[in-house]
Design a protein around this ligand. Sequence first.
Ligand SMILES: C[S@@+](CC[C@H](N)C(=O)[O-])C[C@H]1O[C@@H](n2cnc3c(N)ncnc32)[C@H](O)[C@@H]1O
Length: 263
Amino acid sequence: MVDDSAFTKANRDNWNASSKEYQASHHAELEEDVLWGPSMPPERELRILGESVLGKHVLEIAWGGGQSAVHLAMMGARVTAIDFSKAQLEHARAFARSKKTSVRFLDADAQDLSMLDDGNFDIAFSAYALGFVEDIGRTFREVARVLRPGGLFAFSWTSPLFAITEDRGLLVKRSYFDRSPIVFEEKDGTEIDFHRTYGDWHRALTDAGFVVTDILEPEPLPRENTYADVFPLSKIRMIPGTTIWRARKPAPQDASPGGHGSR
Ligand SMILES: C[S@@+](CC[C@H](N)C(=O)[O-])C[C@H]1O[C@@H](n2cnc3c(N)ncnc32)[C@H](O)[C@@H]1O
């Protein structure tokens, strides 16, 4: 178990307080696919998680309202999902029930997956959550531990470029190199984001043993999204709102002479 830091506690409290309103605003947009970010093309086009999840053992880190986890379970994956918000859990459980779908939801902090066995998952993914996580090195090591050799890891978060610009505008408002937490005072609480440069994310992945296979910044679809108060189309057409990382836990054959690894 990790003890909650003040930042982790603030984010957990904020998600518990804001879950109802968040789901009322965004649930419909998040349903029936994995949504990697505002106005992003859907997973059925991007295929970040591979051609098919049928029969795959999938871990979602931070299930939110459960929409991605339920969708993947309906596509034939065996899905385990973790999140630290009890309010989000209520929504996710009710949603899974409404779809008559089975997902193993576990109340856990992304920084501590000690309830999960080593080498058990084919795929681990997270859509828009890992920037809330303070100790990303520990989190990535935990993800690497629970993936099988050759397993796929993908996650999305706000682009490091987007994160340093002013609200709704394109002017740079803080230094790209400033790693101090970004604090948003919200209606129901405080949100803390951890700004990481491209190099920081890349190094944290490789330090945890991953091979980074892609960094995707898909152009947004030409339609507004329910997050437009923060990610208006006019802005994310100019600079990426979302970055998607794709990585692989090496398999033993990747290290052998002539081994090519796999993407
Ligand atoms: C924006 S939602 C992501 C889920 C979904 N993809 C979505 O876009 O709505 C962020 C989720 O991350 C969860 N979260 C944030 N920090 C976490 C942590 N340290 N451990 C587990 N879950 C965390 C929150 O409870 C919330 O459900």
